[in-house]
Design a binder for this molecule. Sequence first.
Ligand SMILES: [Zn+2]
Length: 137
Amino acid sequence: MPVQALKPSLYAVPPDARTPPRLLGGRCRCGHVFFPMQTYGCEKCGATGDALQPAALPATGTLVASSRVLMHARKDREPPYVVVSVRLDDGPVVRTLLDEDTAEVIAIGAPMRGRLMEVGRSEAGAALVDLRFTRVS
Ligand SMILES: [Zn+2]
């Protein structure tokens, strides 16, 4: 079955399910790594243009914050779910959902890795996947 990224500007679908997803970030010539890719300017040195190059960032990092959501105003977001902020090994912090709902407190600094979870179907029948983080045990 074909697989399609829900947010193709943020991550690429790997060729097989065993390969972890890569986040579509960028790297400045000064060494600063950022996510998502942008060309407005480096947050650290202000460089623009060719100084900013795309960089595929491994979706691995450590937990910096989490919050379990029990109520949400939007009806298309069914709680409960857990929002996590993960500092990637390359530096940028990414906020997305945990791949499971849990009332358990996850320790700050816990190792995390990204995975693509099916969240729906496209009109053409492809599996739509979105980035989630999971605990590394
Ligand atoms: Zn820079």
